[in-house]
Design a protein around this ligand. Structure first.
Ligand SMILES: [Zn+2]
Length: 122
């Protein structure tokens, strides 16, 4: 993981510590139709995983009058939908906030071949 500084979540303003899971949003500017072409440095902002999940689940609506925010919401929804690790990170963050142990022992899951499943159903 690349080094980063503690910075506030761009939505809830809670500190996103360097050891916290987060979604990084990078943005830069570039001229178009203007010569010579200029490009800004890239800036980075962080969104805590809890806010990322809330956005992806539609609990936080993007303001329709802010197109850049709508683009960010779309990116966040795609990231959360395509990778369950963000949901898992939010779950771990919740357990940490509630002062629960970091890990949970899940029962063993047995995957039955289709033939066995049919036999058990009858
Ligand atoms: Zn947040």
């Amino acid at each position: 993981m690349a080094a980063r500084e503690c910075s506030p979540c761009i939505r809830c303003r809670e500190d996103v510590e360097i050891s916290d899971a987060a979604v990084a949003l990078r943005i830069d500017g570039r001229t178009v139709g203007i010569q010579p072409r200029r490009q800004s440095d890239q800036k980075q902002a962080y969104l805590c995983v809890e806010c990322a999940i809330a956005i992806a689940m539609g609990r936080i609506e993007p303001p329709r009058t802010q197109p850049l925010t709508m683009v960010a919401h779309s990116i966040i929804c795609e990231m959360v939908a395509n990778d369950p690790s963000i949901v898992v990170a939010a779950w771990k963050q919740l357990r940490k906030r509630l002062e629960l142990p970091a890990s949970v022992a899940f029962p063993e899951i047995e995957i039955l071949p289709p033939g066995d499943r049919l036999r058990l159903a009858t």
